[in-house]
Write a protein of this length. Structure first.
Length: 166
């Protein structure tokens, strides 16, 4: 079984439970590379061998880089708005009231200082978008950076119509 996380606390809980890693576009690939190292360090302390993550990557592959970027950008902004609503990031206080969610409370405060467009674009940049060759280069770099044993490619996100994803 694999688990996704954002907070350092959850990383340690998952690693100590013997779970695997599912990286889901919530951090930069460089941050995830560090998480993989930290995750496997926790496993090593328990006498367990390292594991490789499964990594989810959003993809926008088009004839031109400009078309790919505009598609990725627009639909990642939509996805970001959906995530903010789902987790109710507009109310940082509910994380404080729940207890043990300090990381998410602080994250909600950071999000409040940014527009959904800024956050969506920030999240879109490290994904695999561009021409076929550019997407392949980016996917290869993501795999190498995270040591992924498996990539899950998402071609439809946000409010993207099926025809665009196809």
């Amino acid at each position: 079984m694999k688990v996704a996380w954002v907070s350092p606390e959850t990383l340690a809980i998952a690693a100590n439970a013997g779970l695997g890693m599912l990286l889901t576009n919530q951090k930069s690939w460089a941050e995830y590379r560090e998480d993989v190292t930290n995750f496997n360090a926790v496993r090593a302390e328990r006498g367990w061998g390292p594991v490789q993550p499964t990594v989810v990557v959003n993809v926008a592959c088009f004839d031109t880089e400009a078309e790919a970027w505009e598609t990725m950008r627009r639909h990642m902004i939509e996805a970001q708005i959906s995530v903010e609503r789902h987790y109710n990031f507009t109310d940082a206080g509910h994380f404080a009231r729940a207890g043990n969610y300090d990381f998410y409370r602080d994250f909600a405060k950071t999000l409040a200082s940014k527009t959904p467009e800024e956050v969506g674009e920030f999240n879109a940049k490290p994904q695999a978008w561009g021409t076929q060759d550019q997407c392949l280069e980016k996917l290869t770099a993501i795999q190498e950076m995270t040591s992924a044993e498996e990539l899950i490619l998402s071609f439809r996100y946000g409010g993207m119509p099926a025809e665009v994803a196809e």
